[in-house]
Design a binder for this molecule. Structure first.
Ligand code: ADP
Length: 413
């Protein structure tokens, strides 16, 4: 097990004497999605500010890759490059007159030459879906766009860890989902992600690891079902159960479900109810899920995939995929929670297409394969290749593909 960040007996008091952290010892694994969860004032933000040396502990120590943080200016600059922090309020982070200048701030400060700065900024803006926004003044952007600019500013420094304080606060539901999906995409590309939140719904479905905080200390660390399945613990932290967990507990209390496997999301809950009420074998013929890697295709090819395919629903994950769907003038049925929604549709006999890119392609296949292994459902997954798309057969209205229809386990290999 590799720990990327650790705190050992960390304590912190602010100048006015407020004890914000008390004896916090936690270890965070590399490549994980971690949520610090707790009510206001629990110490989440203060702990986050320890991770890249913005604050220095009054007691104990913080380690990055097993090395204690050093607080001289050269090493602080280095740690802040590797552990990037996105503040809760984007206006605290964004200050340059244009989007380009703001995102370039980090690389310029690192002393990169102009052409390298441009390369990094172009990459970061493209990743967050803001190519073309370079000359816009950030203060004219929407809340979701500002958050993207702040994330791009961090990405331009190629960090190993991204820390986001309350990433969805003040965003509307669609913008929140898009930001969380972007964090998922970054994580599937290998980055360790740490968020703080008091949104239990978000933490439960998103995080690999939950750290429950209260009154400057850690109440419990564990996987979502352990933490959110413990009603007393959640009450003590002045939080509430996620709706899926609440409903599950009610169904267990009424002896409609057993209490062996708390569901993480609607898909798992629906499955439990279905297997209890009519058994998995009585399902209709399952629909397929096609997955298209938009990185490998031009807008024309994407257009031909969308027009030639016989799919009931189309979803896109990631900014590139969404931008291409827009260029192809294809209205999308799903723009967030895409994989689970496509699985839910497959279970009712409908066929879906997921447009995505990069590491999210394999991530999608793995998610479907894991679901199939757990549930016993055999959903057919077809990875599409744009080269084969040009040979879509208009008579059969079926998508042809370089990859033969595969069961998820084979497709993922
Ligand atoms: P959370 O992020 O969980 O809401 P914080 O880390 O912001 O919690 O706050 C932890 C405690 O530290 C709270 O009691 C808060 O009032 C206090 N605190 C936070 N920032 C400051 C500050 N700049 N000066 C004094 N007290 C602070």
């Amino acid at each position: 097990m590799t720990f990327i960040l650790e705190t050992r007996n960390v304590g912190y008091s602010y100048g006015d004497g407020t004890k914000a952290l008390k004896d916090v010892s936690i270890s965070l694994e590399e490549g994980e999605k971690i949520a610090l969860v707790g009510p206001n004032g629990a110490g989440k933000s203060t702990l986050m500010l320890m991770f890249n040396g913005i604050l220095r502990p009054s007691a104990g120590e913080v380690l990055f890759h097993n090395q204690p943080l050093q607080y001289d200016s050269a090493r602080l600059r280095e740690i802040r490059r590797k552990v990037g922090m996105v503040f809760q309020n984007s206006d605290d982070q964004i200050f340059a007159p244009t989007v380009y200048q703001d995102v370039a701030f980090g690389p310029v400060n690192l002393g990169f030459p102009k052409d390298r700065v441009k390369l990094f900024v172009d990459y970061a803006l493209q990743y967050v879906g803001l190519s073309g926004y370079e000359r816009r003044p950030p203060h004219h952007l929407s809340g979701g766009e500002k958050k993207r600019v702040a994330i791009a500013g961090i990405l331009a420094m190629e960090p190993e860890v991204l820390i986001l304080d309350e990433p969805t606060s003040n965003l509307d539901p669609a913008s929140s989902e898009e930001i969380m999906e972007m964090l998922e995409e970054l994580n599937s590309g290998g980055k360790t992600m740490i968020i703080s939140t008091h949104d239990v719904e978000l933490a439960y479905r998103w995080a690999d690891e939950v750290i429950l905080m209260e009154d400057g200390g850690v109440l419990r660390k564990g996987i979502g079902p352990e933490i959110f399945g413990d009603e007393d613990l959640i009450k003590r932290a002045r939080l509430k159960l996620p709706i899926v967990m609440d409903l599950y507990k009610e169904l267990v209390n009424r002896h409609l479900l057993d209490d062996s496997r708390p569901p993480r999301n609607i898909l798992e809950l629906t499955d439990l109810v279905e297997s209890r009420t009519r058994g998995t074998n009585s399902r209709v013929t399952l629909g397929k899920i096609y997955i298209s890697n938009v990185d490998d295709a031009s807008p024309e090819e994407i257009k031909s995939i969308l027009n030639g395919s016989h799919v009931n629903y189309t979803g896109a994950m990631g900014t590139n995929a969404k931008a291409l769907a827009e260029q192809a003038k294809k209205p999308l049925d799903f723009t967030y929670g895409v994989i689970d929604k496509c699985i839910l549709k497959a279970l009712t006999g409908k066929t879906s297409l997921i447009m995505t890119s990069g590491g999210m392609v394999d991530h999608s296949i793995k998610r479907i394969r894991d679901y199939c292994e757990e549930s016993g459902a055999e959903i057919e997954v077809v990875k599409l290749s744009p080269l084969a798309e040009s040979s879509v057969n208009p008579d059969s209205q079926e998508i042809s593909s370089q990859t033969d229809s595969t069961k998820p386990a084979e497709a993922a290999q």
